[in-house]
Design a protein around this ligand. Structure first.
Ligand code: G6P
Length: 612
């Protein structure tokens, strides 16, 4: 959702830095873009609905020179998608420009007050309030940073905010509450953005603002204070991602690149955390003592979207290995349901971005109620990573495609590692078993590699079904969440309606939909429910449904019933979902590609959902 970029520093031309930064944030999802640069005593600004290239066309030859600049990609919440409503927004005199991520909840009250004082608004966005509020206080205090702090004290809601002003043209003011902001510290230059991807090519050094902090940056350096103007010490973090990781590297799309990266991303999640010869798992940052973990009586795992489906698989793994009751909750539901939690409870937040608002608030709720908290998270230094007691980073590298793929498989691996660690700690598995579990994990990257060689074959299958309007995905046990995830992937990127169901539930409703126009994707690997799944397949066949099956190599029976079979290698039940999901990612991908959909940036979706 919305992306912000700001620049102040030594460069002669800052427009290309801002535009490139916006492009790096495109993956977050947006509907319009804009830029403002202070140059020779003037603010030069353009904004435009549509893609960033539309903005570039409007700007024409670019903006040459400039001292400081801000830019924005907007994902509309308040006010329609129009050029006017795009950011930057201005005060009455066009002297102050702001870009804002987040939502100002009390905007209507503030707007009324400001209008009574004579402020004239040009848009119907909540964000424009900020420019006028800062203008109001600037008149009183004649200090941009102070005026910003005073304005923010009046605001209820969330903000990642950049402010520039003609009255202080050598300054960039940055603020955060609830909406992430990273400040890249380069050599005599600073690049500010909603996440680290626009910063990577200039510097690896970043600071992350915390809630209600304001940074004032000029050519000499930066200073961070809270809203009361007390100094804040900030840790400078070193990014371990490099810029090539955030580029397509010859693939047509980020999504395809990320699907193909999975042998490596899976390895990166377990690398350094397994000691195969001892059958041990080790973590660097759990920050929960073994004694405390031994006292855990209940585990709640919570997330949104694809991460939620990874949690359902985590539940299966952790409960299976540890026998500790484990539940999975949608973060958005958990936070409003009056959860029953106590000190014996471990709460695990699972998130790629570490910024999903509902997951963050669910975590805070669990913490307030006394649970110990862990984060399973990809983005280092993200809000959730910083608020949990301890955690496990995925180390899957930047995931740019809006539809999550490699983060999903890494989330399963991280939960598997945690499950083994905890089970061993409380004596539910012995060394012989942990050695076997680790051995099976080590085999995964090669098995995934083998499945990826089927991409062209899956593309042919996609061609047969791309015009169907509905799909059903069926699986059982820990492949039921994979049915949900397979259906989600398809609807996200190809806009085809798809539903995931536990296979046996088909008889209780979905079977009514089955005819020759309904492809049914079965996950039918050789596990303890294989025979049952085969019976479900017969039921579909009897009603002329079309069957696409994901089955184990060597299964000849299935080819007699299914119209198409995708054969994958075998692994243990606990890890099977990591292999069964890969063909479904590829199937969704190829269908969407054939339908010429924008798979990396599907309509209406955002990578990082920072509103409720
Ligand atoms: C959005 C994305 C999904 C993602 C979900 C949760 O809906 O489009 O791909 O699974 O948010 O995001 P998180 O960053 O918390 O994993």
């Amino acid at each position: 959702m919305c992306g912000i970029v700001g620049y102040i520093g030594k460069r002669k031309d800052i427009y290309p830095v801002l535009i490139k930064g916006l492009k790096r944030l495109e993956y977050r999802g947006y509907d319009s873009a804009g830029v403002a640069i202070i140059k020779d005593g003037e603010i030069i600004s353009e904004k435009k609905i549509g893609k960033i290239k539309e903005l570039e066309k409007k700007v024409g030859k670019g903006i040459i020179g400039g001292e400081v600049g801000i830019a924005h990609t907007r994902w509309a919440t308040h006010g329609g998608v129009t050029d006017e409503n795009a950011h930057p927004h201005f005060d009455c005199n066009n002297k102050i420009a702001i870009v804002h991520n987040g939502i100002i909840e009390n905007w209507q009250t503030l707007k009324k007050l400001l209008e009574e004082e004579g402020h004239k608004f040009k848009t119907n966005t909540d964000s424009e309030i900020l420019a006028h509020l800062i203008e109001k206080y600037y008149k009183e205090v004649k200090d941009l940073a102070k005026a910003t702090r005073l304005a923010l004290k009046k605001v209820i809601g969330a903000y990642g905010l950049l402010v520039i002003s003609l009255d202080e043209p050598d300054k960039l003011v940055v603020a955060r509450k609830g909406s992430p902001v990273a400040i890249g510290i380069g050599k005599a230059e600073y690049i500010v953005a909603s996440d680290a991807t626009p910063i990577l090519e200039y510097t690896k050094k970043v600071i992350y603002l915390d809630d209600e902090e304001v940074a004032v940056i000029n050519h000499e350096g930066y200073k961070v204070v809270d809203l009361e103007n007390s100094d804040k010490e900030k840790k400078v973090n070193n990014l371990d991602w490099d810029i090539t990781m955030a580029e397509k590297m010859g693939y047509d799309t980020f999504m395809l690149k990320e699907i193909f990266e999975q042998p490596d991303s899976i390895t990166n999640t377990f690398r350094g955390r397994i000691i195969p010869e001892e059958g041990k798992i080790k973590f660097g940052g759990l920050n929960i003592s073994d004694e405390e973990l031994k006292g855990v009586k209940r585990i709640i795992i919570s997330a949104c979207g694809t991460a939620y489906y990874a949690c359902l698989i985590g539940e299966y793994i952790i409960e299976n290995l540890t026998e500790i009751p484990t539940e999975v909750e949608y973060a958005s539901e958990f936070r409003y349901k009056k959860p029953v939690i106590n000190g014996d409870c471990l709460f695990i937040a699972v998130t790629q971005s570490g910024e999903t608002t509902d997951t963050l608030f669910a975590l805070r709720e669990a913490k307030n109620l006394g649970a110990k908290t862990l984060g399973i998270c990809n983005v280092v230094g993200s809000s959730i990573a910083r608020e949990v007691d301890g955690g496990i980073y995925l180390h899957s590298g930047p995931e740019i495609g809006v539809a999550s793929t490699k983060a999903f498989t890494s989330m399963i691996v991280a939960q598997y590692l945690f499950g083994i660690y905890l089970a061993e700690l409380i004596g539910k598995v012995d060394t012989k078993q942990t050695k076997e579990l680790i051995y099976e994990l080590q085999q995964l990257p090669d098995s995934v590699r083998r499945i990826l060689t089927l991409s062209d074959e899956i593309r042919e299958i996609a061609a047969k079904y791309q015009d169907n309007r509905n799909f059903l995905y069926l699986g059982r046990g820990n492949n039921f969440p994979i049915a949900l995830e397979g259906a989600l992937k398809l609807k996200e990127i190809s806009y085809i309606h798809a539903e995931g169901y536990p296979a046996a539930e088909m008889k209780h409703g979905p079977i009514a939909l089955i005819d020759e126009n309904m492809p049914v994707v079965f996950i039918a690997t050789k596990d303890k429910v294989y025979e049952k799944i085969m019976s479900n397949m017969q039921e579909v066949k009897a009603r002329k449904g079309k069957i696409i099956a994901v089955a184990n190599e060597g299964d000849k029976e299935i080819a007699k019933i299914a119209d198409d079979v995708i054969y994958i290698p075998k692994t243990i039940d606990l890890l099977n979902p990591i292999l069964t999901v890969i063909p479904l990612q590829l199937l969704a991908y190829h269908i969407a590609q054939r339908k010429c959909c924008d798979v990396d940036k599907p309509r209406n979706l955002a990578k990082s959902v920072t509103v409720e």
